[in-house]
Design a protein around this ligand. Structure first.
Ligand SMILES: [Zn+2]
Length: 119
């Protein structure tokens, strides 16, 4: 059910990077900035304590823009499951790529489009 915090699992396509996250599937965003739009991200934001890596295969870190968000993608399949960033309040957050959750039906979420391109 939307709005309820439950434990979800997710992974990249090849499974080298896998995680568990406690989150509600609401407040999700799609962004039109040069990076998010290309990757087709659907993002939800959680506290670092709510995110646990269960498999940590080789990854590459990608920094762009003001280098405030640490994007990491799997070296084998290229899928990015999450990013670490500081939120507007300065506290660390983890951005989950909801498209990499493996325990929910595809398109079972709703996301709000945000105009990141203009920020
Ligand atoms: Zn992979």
């Amino acid at each position: 059910m939307m709005g309820e915090v439950t434990t979800h699992s997710g992974s990249c396509a090849c499974g080298a990077v896998a995680y568990e996250v406690d989150m509600a599937l609401d407040g999700l965003i799609e962004c039109n900035c040069s990076h998010c739009y290309r990757k087709g991200f659907v993002l939800g934001f959680v506290e670092p304590e709510a995110f646990r890596l269960t498999a940590e295969g080789p990854q590459t870190e990608y920094l762009f823009n003001r280098h405030k968000i640490r994007h990491r993608f799997c070296n084998t399949c290229g899928v990015q499951t999450f990013a670490r960033a500081d939120g507007p309040d300065g506290n660390p957050k983890v951005a989950i790529n909801v498209r990499t959750l493996t325990d929910i039906e595809p398109w079972s979420w709703n996301a709000t489009r945000v105009d990141g391109r203009s920020f």
